[in-house]
Design a protein around this ligand. Structure first.
Ligand code: FAD
Length: 441
């Protein structure tokens, strides 16, 4: 049974969220536009505006919607979450107001899955409550897409662990209360089996930020992505997450969902660009009529809508695959989810770049100016092509999974669809009626 409708009760929640984001949260994007701003806990915006809005989200039962009810979320599954995240994707502040912001959402999942009772009490509870924010530090200056380049080490000493090495692009470190950091604990096995995850609270001696890196457009030194150095940084044994050697398994807990959630929010950005483009070409007059009279402009609008609809269905389908994998726990379902999530991850930057670029272009000088949000939205495209792994790596996952089922052709030279070979086989199959067929000619 295929059904593309949303159940009326949940649609009511989505309608509320849509009105709430536009009316209450988008104004915060304008008042406090720094990319790091949502992560600050010391400012008036958080205290005076965001906290009361978070209460309203809780009253609607939409707080931390990515988490199961046991952790204070709705347990709504990825498909419903996709529909909600499409709405939250319109606004930079909205994920924070709804308790679903990265990297805290993924870190909460890690702590929920692998944290001991004490770790959950100390780190997960305040994180879920929105009182603190956190950082995930896996990438190193010497290795991003290729973990083979990781060198940060942790060794056991006096009943604890001592970390030495560097981490790069540890998002939100300047405001974080703790870091979940990956380090190599067994250099004698491949990095995928020899790495572990540690919780390192802010202020632990030996963990320092050498500099904060920003994205293009932000003043140098004012970014939110920490370049970290660990020098003899000692954490107690109980700060290890899970078992030694399981760092990559733990990382996957957060990365799959995180990639999908970025794609869901990208749908929201594309929708906003489409709305703006439609309004613009219906309003702007050129050569004696609306811009919409120009066929090339109408073609571009249609291309945007078609691309967005294709992408949105792909995202929802990947979300459905993720739900099936979670429900069944099956290997085949998990593999299908991985295939679809990587495909969506690879499609996200190109979709965002193309859709937003067309909206920018339709707005002329205003589109590339700092008086509309479009150019900034466009910049998210290239960023999403890198964060959580570059596009090529995800296309590689897609191709590898497809190739797992590939069977070489019996006829290695011409393949199984070779017309002369198949014609010969067809003639043999219907040899009895070949003379009659000849007669028809
Ligand atoms: C906004 C943002 C936030 C981030 N936040 C975090 C965070 O919180 N924590 C964290 O740990 N990391 C974070 N990262 C880092 C991110 O995960 C890495 O940047 C990413 O994995 C790529 O690594 P790299 O930058 O070293 O690029 P490289 O690995 O050097 O790759 C550069 C380019 O080389 C090519 N390439 C690389 N590998 C292959 C391949 N196998 N096949 C073909 N081509 C390839 C691709 O074109 C790729 O874009 C963040 C990055 C960004 C941009």
């Amino acid at each position: 049974m295929w059904d593309f409708s949303t159940d009326p009760d949940f649609q009511g929640k989505l309608d509320w969220a849509d009105r709430f984001v536009r009316a209450e949260i988008e104004p915060i994007d304008l008042l406090s536009p720094g990319t790091a701003d949502p992560y600050r806990r010391d400012g008036a915006v958080y205290r005076e505006i965001v906290r009361p809005l978070q209460e309203q989200v809780r009253e609607q039962g939409l707080w931390a919607a990515h988490l199961p009810p046991s952790l204070g979320g709705m347990g709504m599954g990825q498909v419903r979450l996709a529909l909600l995240n499409e709405i939250l994707g319109r606004s930079m502040w909205a994920p924070m107001v709804f308790g679903t912001q990265a990297p805290d959402s993924g870190n909460a999942e890690i702590l929920a899955h692998y944290g001991t009772e004490a770790q959950r009490r100390e780190f997960l509870e305040p994180l879920l409550d929105g009182r603190i924010v956190s950082t995930f530090a896996m990438t190193e200056p010497t290795g991003g897409a290729d973990p083979g380049g990781f060198t940060c080490r942790a060794v056991q000493e006096d009943g604890g662990w001592v970390l030495d090495g560097e981490k790069w692009f540890a998002s939100n470190y300047p405001h974080a209360a703790f870091v979940i950091a990956m380090a190599i604990t067994d250099p004698d096995v491949p990095v995928h089996r020899g790495s572990s995850m540690f919780i390192v609270p802010k202020g632990t001696p030996g963990m320092e930020m050498m500099r904060a890196t920003g994205l293009a457009g932000e003043p140098v030194g004012e970014g939110v992505h920490g370049y970290l150095r660990f020098t003899g940084c000692r954490v107690p044994a109980e700060n290890l997450l899970g078992e030694p050697g399981t760092g990559f398994v733990i990382a996957q807990t957060r990365l799959g969902g995180g990639r999908l959630h970025h794609a869901m929010r990208a749908v929201g950005q594309c929708r906003r660009a489409l709305e703006m483009m439609t309004e613009r070409i219906a309003s702007r007059r050129t050569r004696g009529g609306p811009l919409a009279d120009q066929q090339a402009v109408r073609q571009s609008l249609a291309d945007v809508w078609i691309r967005l609809e294709q992408f949105r269905l792909q995202v929802l389908h990947a979300a459905w695959q993720a739900d099936r994998a979670a429900e069944t726990g099956g290997r085949d379902e998990a593999r299908a989810a991985r295939l679809h999530i990587s495909a969506v991850k690879a499609a996200t930057p190109a979709t965002l770049v193309d859709v937003v670029y067309r909206a920018v272009h339709a707005h002329g000088a205003l589109g590339v100016s700092n008086e509309l949000p479009l150019a900034r939205m466009w910049q998210a495209g290239p960023v999403l092509g890198i964060a959580d792994g570059p596009t090529e790596s995800h296309k590689d996952v897609v191709a590898r999974i497809l190739l797992q089922d590939a069977v070489p052709a019996d006829d290695r030279l011409f393949g199984s669809e070779h017309v002369p070979t198949r014609l010969e086989a067809a003639r043999k199959k219907y040899a009895g009626i070949l003379p009659a067929l000849e007669g028809d000619r």
